[in-house]
Design a protein around this ligand. Structure first.
Ligand code: NAD
Length: 426
């Protein structure tokens, strides 16, 4: 497999699918679901959301070379932006020089919140709720006995006092629940509803919102890599120079929220593409990521880059990762189910570890390009193809017109139209 996947990008779509079939032990339906030949039908979609008229496709690419905790992983990425899949694959290859990515995950604990209003004495009500924690957890347990059987279920009650708000003080009760291989929103929301009448009785207050928090900071996932400087050298850049430039570029995002937003967007290019390909809720992951980036009161970079003891480049990314292998669209969407099978992940934690590794790889790709030759060179070549397509170029001319525009350093639809006109009449 190793030899073939190294040249994956040179294969035709058919050949790539054949490689996947073998590598991921996929059957004909699963291959058809990944290729778009079959997959989610409008009838299935009609059961998922409202007012369905059809389905909406995006390109699906497979990132290569990922080694996560010593395991080879083929990574499905649903993505409309050029360069992302190529950058992820290239950076995963670089990371292999240092043994690939090492990743770990917290227990899959999600947080549910109950907002409790109309309380005169916050301290006394909070104390009553805290001493009733055992009974409240037992109530929450009843909401999902399957989860408890699987080793998950309610773990802890935390009571928080919001002393100042536009409507005055109120209490918030947090239910911490281990949701195993689910994303957990429905599981948590159901448990919260089950607890509400008792919470109202004990607190003497009025429960308003009962909903999951997307700031899943009890479900953090960490990925790291350590790349020997030798592997970082390219063109006229020495490995030391590339490493130091990457650290300098990271420091910009660490210190400045304007840069941090774009730095983290680069991370999310990788994260979202896998979250989407596996049928998970990417808004939940986005919300969690950006809230976590500001958790200390100032929005900052989610990752960290530094020089290791042997001069190597060390990258670390830690972020909440609320993704599941059951629930939501994960099992319903045939493409998502095939994507999960291809990755060979058996638990939500394993999936989350791969996703955060891809986020770190993507971050490295952006920093390396930005801090050395700039991203436009590579990016514009791919962008030029989209411009050629937008100008209506027939398939056989897309690549040559793109090349011509890159050569002329004029990547515009008007220029693509002119070239098209010239070539049609020659
Ligand atoms: P779910 O309720 O569909 O499935 C989870 C349930 O599956 C568990 O409660 C359990 O009973 C069962 N289960 C079977 N095997 C399991 C296993 N191995 N591990 C864990 N549970 C197992 O899904 P969910 O994950 O609770 O909810 C996810 C959905 O909720 C997503 O579609 C999301 O978009 C949506 N949602 C999100 C938010 C939010 O993010 N704020 C709010 C509401 C709903």
């Amino acid at each position: 497999m190793a030899e073939k996947t190294h040249k994956f990008y040179e294969l035709t779509i058919e050949e790539r699918l054949k490689t996947l079939k073998k590598a991921g032990d996929l059957n004909a339906e699963e291959i058809a679901a990944l290729s778009g030949a079959a997959g989610l039908t409008p009838a299935q979609a009609d059961h998922m959301i409202e007012n369905v008229v059809g389905t909406f496709a995006l390109p699906l690419g497979i990132a290569q070379h990922f080694l996560v905790n010593g395991r080879e992983v083929l990574v499905p990425m649903a993505m409309e932006e050029p360069s992302v899949v190529a950058a992820a694959s290239f950076m995963a290859k670089l990371a292999r020089a240092g043994g690939g990515f090492t990743a770990s995950a917290d227990a899959p604990e999600m947080i549910g919140q109950i907002q409790i209003l109309d309380i005169d004495d916050l301290d006394a009500a909070a104390e009553r709720l805290e001493s009733a924690a055992g009974g409240l957890l037992a109530l929450a347990e009843k909401a999902d006995s399957l989860l408890v059987k699987l080793g998950g279920g309610p773990r802890e009650i935390v009571v928080r006092k919001i002393k100042e708000s536009p409507i005055g003080p109120f209490l918030v009760l947090h239910l911490i629940m281990d949701v195993r291989d689910a994303m957990g929103a429905n599981a948590i929301n159901t448990a919260l509803e089950q607890m509400t009448p008792t919470v109202e009785r004990i607190s003497g207050g009025r429960a308003l919102l009962r909903i999951l928090s997307n700031l899943a900071d009890r479900r953090l996932v960490k990925a790291s890599c350590a790349i020997p400087v030798k592997a970082l050298a390219f063109n006229d850049f020495s490995g030391e120079d590339v490493r130091d430039r990457i650290i300098e570029a990271w420091a910009f995002g660490q210190a400045d929220p304007y840069r941090a937003a774009t730095h983290n967007k680069g991370i999310m290019n990788g994260v979202d593409a896998v979250v989407l390909a596996t049928g998970n809720d990417w808004r939940a992951v986005e919300a969690g990521a950006h809230a976590y980036a500001a958790v200390n009161g100032r929005y900052t970079s989610l990752s960290r880059w530094s020089k290791g003891p042997d001069g190597e480049l060390v990258g670390e990314l830690e972020m909440p990762m609320a993704v599941g292998l059951v629930g939501g669209a994960t099992k319903v969407h045939p493409g998502a189910a095939a994507a999960v099978k291809l990755m060979g992940v058996k638990t939500a934690a394993e999936l989350a570890q791969v996703i955060v590794s891809v986020g770190l790889a993507q971050n490295l790709g952006a920093l390396r390009a930005l801090a050395t030759e700039g991203i436009q060179r590579g990016h514009m070549a791919l962008h030029a193809r989209q411009v050629a397509i937008a100008a209506g170029a027939p398939e056989k001319w897309v690549a040559p017109i793109a090349e011509q525009m890159v050569k002329e350093k004029s990547i515009r639809v008007e220029r693509a139209l002119e070239i098209l006109e010239e070539w049609r009449t020659r």
